[in-house]
Structure formats: structure tokens, C-alpha cells
Design a protein around this ligand. Structure first.
Ligand code: SAH
Ligand code: F3S
Length: 471
């Protein structure tokens, strides 16, 4: 039997691009990390189908846009982008344009009616059908597949990781979401929750390690619901299995859901040095009225209990959140409770949004979007202001500390500086040369802004004395 040698992403792309007659694919990705991971699956599927890969849409034969629907402004951005791509199509009519992801799933045929230049619509569960859809589109038909599946996890497909950053990689472990938060379109666009076979996850982790990556992020809309074979493997178990693969591989995960985030997960995190001490635990709002109306399934008190458990079991753990400003019927009192919760938790970082009604969701169907635009904007600014202060306070606490930093690349602002992150997911910038990319260095923090820590690599002596101190 022929044994197929494992090929790295770069080798696969190089081989595909050797064929001068191959049609070229270009993918542009918007939205969450899951979309980034999905685009890597699509590259894999299309390379297998004989496509070459390009970074230049001006020479591509197939342009795919992997889209986000979570807020209206995300969709508007993509519609504007389509106008630009329309010019490409006018100059080269043979080019095919496809919409993937959440907008494809949400709008279906309507998108083809509204955006005449679109040839292909493929929802998140129909990427295996893409070669067939492309063939249909080549024959002049509009091609659509938006079927959602209860099983599809693309488990055995090895993603082609095209990004230049060969330091950190994504691995998807669950797809879909069953939570049905009242404001959220994701359950409609990504379908039912399902977990991927752990064997295929661990195999992918091995591949990632063999390609030289140093950090992985396990991905799912709600990773805490990971459940293989009726509880045979839960998220804590999977996390442990991944962590023990290689102590030099950093492990992150996203996103956790407060209701499902267990002490067992916190315990596994505390037991393994290489599981990063960082948790993204979206709260959305601080008042129980809003939480109930959002159908989040937990109260402010319960959420604070989870935070307490994290801080008790992992004192140096960083915590971030998502917050929505101006949800349906939110009062000034409700808003103040969000601000006070932020202070109480002392978030290290936050992603903050104005509420945007999404058609078809429970909130859009049942509650008026009745907070004025002016109030929404003001409340969002107040939330951002508080977070700015909290992030700065958090960073000031790190002055004079030494962190192990995984170097990810050259700083955008200066060729003489590198950047990387510490276990707590904070970005640290320091002088250095690119041969360090992908290595761990010890950085002493000497300065900071609210967004970034600044420092320098510590000398061997500093390092040894730090290690001695630990012992
Ligand atoms: N569990 C997912 C959440 C996806 S949506 C994850 O893996 O990240 C990401 C964030 O967008 C949510 O946490 C919420 O804060 C925000 N969001 C979702 N729907 C929204 C809406 N209709 N308006 C404003 N923000 C929204
Ligand atoms: Fe959306 Fe809530 Fe799931 S925010 S992705 S429905 S956990």
C-alpha cells in the first residue's frame, strides 16, 4: 500500500502552484476566528480539486468572500467590498465570485438577486460541495448550497494554513451553536451544535506541531459544550489531551460561555503551564433585566461567581469579555450596572458593540429596538472609556515583571522591534531581530500604554536568577 507522506501547508500550496494551467483561487475572510479556520478548509478542498492559490484578486479565476452577519455593519462592509470586486468582473467577465459563510446562509438566493455579480452562494456546512458549485457556475448557472447539517465537522480535512504567520494556528473543535441568545444570528447561520471527533483533533494538533507552529487556539462558538460520544470526552478532557501533546505548544481556546464554563476546565488550566492563562468570557450586559431579555441563561451574580472561581484558582489569569450597548429597552440604570460589573471584574480587555437588530432573531421579532442611536453611541463611549482605564490599570500592574513571550512577528511601527504575546494574551513590543520569530523569549516590562506592554529581552543572568527564584 502506498503510504502518503504528510505535506505541510506550504508544500501543498507550492505543489498546486507548480501547475501553470491551474485556475487560481483567492479568498478574503471577514469576521470571527472560525471564519479564518473555515477559509483554510476551503483552500484545502479547492487545492485538492486542482486549484492554484493567489494573493492577488486581479489575477484570480475564483474570488471567494467568507462573510460575517453578526452585526449590520459587518454586512455593509462586505457589500461595499462587492462593489470593488464588481470592477474586476467587468474587466474580466470570466471571473467567478462566490459568497461563503454567514451572509450566504442568512440571505440565500436573495443575495444573488441583490448582488448581480455573485455566482456562487455556499453556507458554512456546504464547503465540500464547492468544487461542484464552481463547475455549475462555470457552465453559466448561479450555484447555491445553503443546507445546514447536524453532522458536518470537516473532521478529517487538513486545513491549508496560508497565512505568513507560522507561529499560531486555529483548530476548530465544535461547529454551530444551540444557545439561541435572543440577539444573535449565529445559531441561524451556523446551525446546530456538534463536536468534532477528538482523534481527528489530536491528529491535526500533531500536524501543526510537525509544521513548527508554537501555539494553537481551539475554536468553537461555545467550546465548553464540546461533547464527544455522550460525555466520553468533554472540553476539560480534550483540553488536557491537547496540552499534554507537547509542553512547548501553547494552548488557547475561544469562546467560553459563562453558563457552561466549569471548574473542571479551570482546574485543567491551572494544572498545565502551557495552557494560556487567559479566558474570554463574554458577559454582554451587567443587569439581570438585560441578561434575561438576552436569554443568556445566567444572572449577574452567577457570572461574578464564575469570575471568582477563575481568580481563586488561577490568580494571574487575564479575563476579557464582549459587551453590547443599548440592547432593547435598556435603561440608564441597566447601563450603569454594565459599567459597575466591568469595574467589579476589572477586565483586562473587552470587545464592545452597539446593539444591532438581526432579522429573524428572537429579539428582532419580539422587542423593539428602542434605545436611540444617540444613547447607544454615548453608552458605548462610556463603556469604551471604562475599559480603556481598566486595561491601563491592568497593564500598569505588569511593569517590572518578566514574561515568557512567544514572538509572533515584526512590529508594524518599527522594523527594529518585535511583538509577541504573553500567556495572558497581552501584546508585548520589544527591540529584537526576526530570527527570534517563533521562539520564546523572556521580556522585562518597562513601560506600557492601555493597549500594549513595552519592554526588552532580559539577559541570560536575569533569566537564570528568575529561574532560581522560582525554585
Ligand atoms: N460565541 C460566539 C459569539 C459570536 S458573536 C463566539 O465564539 O465569539 C460575537 C459577539 O458579537 C457576541 O458575543 C456579542 O457581544 C456580539 N453580538 C452578537 N450579536 C449582536 C448583535 N445583534 N448586536 C450587537 N452585537 C452582537
Ligand atoms: Fe451567539 Fe449566544 Fe451562541 S452569542 S454564538 S447564540 S452563545
Amino acid at each position: 500500500m502506498e503510504i502518503k507522506k504528510y505535506m505541510s501547508s506550504d508544500e501543498k500550496i507550492a505543489l498546486a502552484n507548480l501547475n501553470p494551467g491551474a485556475k487560481k483561487i483567492f479568498i478574503e475572510t471577514y469576521g470571527c476566528q472560525m471564519n479564518v479556520a473555515d477559509s483554510e478548509l476551503v483552500y484545502s478542498i479547492m487545492i485538492e480539486d486542482g486549484f492554484a492559490v493567489t494573493d492577488d484578486y486581479n489575477i484570480a479565476d475564483l474570488i471567494l468572500i467568507n462573510t460575517c452577519s453578526v452585526r449590520d455593519n459587518a454586512e455593509q462592509k462586505i457589500r461595499n467590498r462587492l462593489k470593488v470586486l464588481g470592477l474586476v468582473k467587468r474587466s474580466r467577465p470570466g471571473v467567478l465570485i462566490g459568497i461563503l459563510g454567514c451572509m450566504a446562509e442568512r440571505l440565500k438566493e436573495q443575495l444573488i438577486e441583490e448582488e448581480k455579480l455573485v455566482d456562487i452562494i455556499a453556507g458554512p456546512d456546504s464547503y465540500r460541495a464547492l468544487p461542484k458549485l464552481v463547475a455549475e457556475a462555470e457552465s453559466g448557472q448561479k450555484a447555491i448550497n445553503v443546507l445546514l447539517s447536524r453532522e458536518e465537522t470537516y473532521a478529517e480535512i487538513s486545513p491549508v494554513r496560508k497565512s505568513k504567520n507560522k507561529v499560531t494556528a486555529f483548530v476548530s473543535i465544535t461547529r454551530g451553536c444551540d444557545n439561541m441568545c435572543a440577539f444573535c444570528v449565529v445559531p441561524f447561520t451556523r446551525g446546530r451544535e456538534r463536536s468534532r471527533n477528538p482523534e481527528t483533533i489530536l491528529r491535526e494538533v500533531d500536524e501543526i506541531i510537525s509544521e513548527g507552529f508554537k501555539e494553537i487556539t481551539l475554536l468553537g462558538q461555545n467550546v465548553d459544550k464540546y461533547n464527544w460520544n455522550n460525555g466520553e470526552v468533554n472540553f476539560a478532557g480534550l483540553l488536557r489531551m491537547v496540552a499534554i501533546k507537547n509542553p512547548n505548544l501553547r494552548v488557547r481556546f475561544s469562546t467560553s460561555y459563562p453558563q457552561d464554563f466549569t471548574d473542571e476546565v479551570i482546574k485543567v488550566m491551572s494544572e498545565h503551564e502551557n495552557i494560556c492563562k487567559y479566558i474570554h468570557l463574554p458577559v454582554q450586559a451587567g443587569s439581570n433585566n438585560m441578561l434575561e431579555k438576552m436569554r443568556r441563561g445566567y444572572t449577574r451574580e452567577w457570572y461574578l461567581g464564575r469570575i471568582k472561581a477563575i481568580k481563586t484558582m488561577i490568580p494571574d489569569c487575564a479575563i476579557s469579555t464582549d459587551i453590547i450597548a443599548g440592547y432593547c429597552s435598556e435603561t440608564e440604570e441597566d447601563h450603569k450596572e454594565t459599567l459597575s460589573l466591568m469595574e467589579e471584574v476589572g477586565y483586562d480587555y473587552a470587545y464592545m458593540f452597539k446593539y444591532s437588530p438581526r432579522p429573524g432573531t428572537y429579539a428582532a421579532n419580539n422587542f423593539p429596538d428602542d434605545v436611540s442611536e444617540e444613547d447607544k453611541s454615548r453608552r458605548l463611549s462610556e463603556i469604551i472609556e471604562i475599559q480603556h482605564k481598566l486595561s491601563l490599570e491592568s497593564n500598569l500592574k505588569d511593569l517590572n515583571k518578566i514574561f515568557s513571550v512567544l514572538v509572533e512577528g515584526i512590529s508594524k511601527k518599527s522594523d527594529e522591534r518585535l511583538f509577541g504575546r504573553n500567556s495572558q494574551n497581552k501584546v508585548i513590543v520589544f527591540p529584537g531581530k526576526d530570527f527570534r520569530i517563533g521562539t520564546y523569549v523572556n521580556v522585562l516590562v518597562t513601560d506600557c500604554t492601555s493597549a500594549t506592554l513595552l519592554g526588552h529581552i532580559t539577559s541570560e543572568d536575569d533569566l537564570i536568577s528568575k529561574i532560581n527564584k522560582k525554585i
